[in-house]
Structure formats: C-alpha cells, structure tokens
Design a protein around this ligand. Sequence first.
Ligand code: ZN
Length: 152
Amino acid sequence: MDNLYQELILEHNKNPRNFGELKEGECLKQEGLNPLCGDRLIVSLKLSEDGEQIIEDVKIRSDGCAISRASASMMSEAIKGKTVKDAIAIFHEFHDLLLKKHDPSVCPHLGKLEVFSNIWKYPSRVKCAALPWHTLNEIMEQTSKPGQSTSE
Ligand code: ZN
C-alpha cells in the first residue's frame, strides 16, 4: 500500500474518531462481527426526529485490526451530519471501491475514504474495511423502510 495511505490508516487506528457508544435509549445500535479476522464493533447512531433522518451523532466502539478500526473511524467522519439517504449513497460508493468498481469522476463523494482504493488487492482485508459499513447499513435498512407511517 502507498505509504501516505498506510500512515492515514495507522493514524486513525491509533486515534479513532467518534470512539465509544451513545447512551442507551437515545440511539440505534448494531453489533458487527468479522469472524475471519476477529474484528468486532458496535455502531451507535442518533437520528434527528424531524423526519429528515439526519445522523446527528455517531459513535463506534471498535475492537479489531487496524484496517477495521481505521475504516470505522473514517466512516464516522464521513456520515456525521449527513442524512440516512446520503449515507446510504456513500455506502454504495465505498462498496464499489472495495470491489474495484468505483469511478471517482462519476462518484466524487468518498474523499478520504479513497485510501481504501487498493484494498481489493488484499481480499482478506476487504471484509475488515467493509465491516463498519455493513453494520451501519443494517441500522439504516431498519430506519429507511418504505411505508414508514407518520400517521400515528
Ligand atoms: Zn480485520
């Protein structure tokens, strides 16, 4: 991996942003596991209650390899303040990036997350980088189901 990219990953591993858990009852929580590597994390998400579904706060307690921790840290920065809809769009771009199908000239929203653009060369690490996003996506799928009624 490129040195600069490697440094960024190591730095986020050492000082993960938005590390920890949000208060029970005020957030949505989901646990993610990658048994192949032993990565484990808990994503907590606080959404605005005004129907906009803005991610007001996110915290991630990550326990695992440098790649999974750095990915979780950078994901938290990328989605904080965004709507669930936007976060899902970033998730799809990141997913394409991991599969080497991403074209930054078409989808320029990844920013720093592009550091994972070479990860497809290391298939065993792809799951590590994808773990936080799949965990986040499980929460978002629960919240963005069509037919959600506000008439109650
Ligand atoms: Zn891992």
